[in-house]
Design a protein around this ligand. Sequence first.
Ligand SMILES: Cc1ncc(COP(=O)(O)O)c(C=O)c1O
Length: 373
Amino acid sequence: MRIPDFKLERYFARWEFSAPYLLCTSDIEGWRMADLLALADPEARARWESLTLGYTESTGLPALREAIAGLYPGVAAEQVLTFAGAEEAVFVLVNVLLGAGDHAVVTWPGYQSLYEVARATGAEVTLLPLREEDGWALDMDAVRRALRPNTRLMVVNFPHNPTGSLPEPAVFEELCALAEERGVYLLSDEVYRLLELAPARTLPAAVERTARGVSLGVMSKAFGLAGLRVGWLACRDAELLRRCAAYKDYTTICNSAPSEVLALIALRAREQVLARSRAILEENLKRLDAFFARHAETFRWVRPRAGSVAFPRLLRDMPVATFCQELVEREGVLLLPGDVYEFPGNHFRMGLGRTQLPEALARLERFCEATFR
Ligand SMILES: Cc1ncc(COP(=O)(O)O)c(C=O)c1O
């Protein structure tokens, strides 16, 4: 399979480990190993200490699958399949589901693999724009209009990267009902789920609402454990999961043994882990509200409804790519220009999940004052 470069990842490859102030990453500040291990219950601690570093079960450590299933009422461990991050799960599922002659509908702007892998299978893809003027809301009429007789897959991602959009529960229900009615699979990328500041806003997972729903989760974002590379699909269609498991034999075969146990520890302590993530976001959002209020002539800010990223717009007469380039060169602060999403409008992505945000924001402020006096 040939596939174009993943623009966002190429951009990060250039800057992520050289720019000192990361103001656009989508993950939550990573846990330190010792702090995570301190959360282990005695059973998980014993697993960790006696762990054998051999191959693991290809479908995932049974106790881990059970802990993941615990995130979804009514879902059993056998309805969960683990992967090396969400990225592998997307790659496998889309390859299993799509090929030449198929059609997929994917929201946009969005995480590139959600549509690029589909294109690379030979399927046709309709990108469904979310609009800033609608507060980045999902337009269900546009979704219906995009469907074709050969549509096999709809892909959404809420809370959304990069806009922080989150539909009302009734809209999400309508989407799940539509998938069911049309017999179309719904890949619901829920990697930012559980990062709603008001937990009452958390949408049900697609796997809970429709047999056509495939919920995608990961330890990287809400749990602050991107380095584990543990992700999963949860789905009630046993045959689909079986085919994904068989495809995985050609990608990673199984997860890393230490990562599985560390993920288990975090999931069992999830209230504490998530409380830490939400506290970081809450603090950073307060600072960003104040920052954007001070710079209303320079930026338009649609406050994210959930998740750890936002997609503000630069209002000044300067291409956002130049703005980001000069900022990182002069102040060492990394923002992500909307160009990497091939999305127009001078937007850039901001990340809200790092504890270094106050220093990064102070440098951004100094840069703006010097540049747009
Ligand atoms: C919407 C979305 N889906 C999937 C992924 C992939 O997650 P991971 O890198 O943990 O595999 C990301 C990562 O940024 C993402 O933003």
